[in-house]
Design a protein around this ligand. Sequence first.
Ligand code: SAH
Length: 350
Amino acid sequence: MNEKPDIRHLNFDQLQNWVLENQLPKFRAQQIYDWLWLKNVASFDAMTNLPKTLRQQLAEHFEIKKIQTQIIQISKDKTIKCAMKLFDNNVVESVLIPTQTRATACVSSQVGCSLDCKFCATAQLERKRNLDYQEIYQQVYFIKELAKEKYHLNLTNIVYMGMGEPLLNYNNVMKSIEMITSSDGLGMSPQRITVSTSGIAKMIVKMADEQVKFNLALSLHSAIEEKRQQIMSISKSNTLDMLSNALNYFYEKTGIRPTLEYIMLYEFNDSIKDAEALVQFCKKVKSKVNLIEYNPIDHSPFQRTTKERLQNFTDYLQKKNIIVTVRRSRGQDIDAACGQLVNKNLLFAN
Ligand code: SAH
């Protein structure tokens, strides 16, 4: 098979150079670019304002790497889980989470995951590869269209909380955000985007140095070192001290207050002693806390905390003036909730 380059791997300047080298009028570059990003077409034939000869010429030189999308399940709470089959037959999942007024896209950044967080279903999958930036972009595009079609909602938020660790696929994640926020792409505000990380200190510092404008969430889950190491082995090389320093630096450079995500695991990290440790951590780091209901997964020893323990924990944090919200689980009945993405239903015929 002769491999042609994916045309979406050309940036605008490179595309324009190609247009000029082929003695075509300069404005063709913008037309092609619009078809690729604004309209996200899947074939050169769909570029209807280009002459047929140019469409053929493009097809001879380039490929448009297609993603096949499929709705897997729709939850009672209207959350929709989708599968995206990539050009090499790998499958990732993306989720549309609607409310009355908002629609959030939860997107994947890797096929599988190399981390082994004990509470997360994706961790049970082998990491096969990083997604490239256009594959991430296409997930967002698809969810945006779906929100409009199914619920008449505009896409308001994007969270990098699907499969994979975004900061281990740094360049593609950054480039996808560049296209999502560009007026040549989806034109969304970076303030509507949140990148969630298991906590890779040096990459948080890198984002700070680049003065990114989107939100950052750290999956903390315990502010007690040994406990955190028990459930997230990445924390052995990224200690709480390293992370608090990195987050402070991030805040200093960007002015953005990071979110600390904290899954409430029954009788593991949900006692008042745990809350106390969390308060101490919050005293060091300008942040806000998001308490997350645990979504049960297969082969995991954990259980969801009780209403009462959650309330006590929340009250304790509030008494200590910590900004805290509780994230209720969505899409649980269809395994589309956080940490439940594991490609259970592969519907694509190969
Ligand atoms: N690797 C990144 C992004 C993927 S996880 C990260 O670790 O942040 C996105 C969010 O889902 C994280 O806060 C993660 O800790 C949470 N999560 C994972 N498994 C979960 C589960 N079983 N129940 C609830 N939340 C979970």
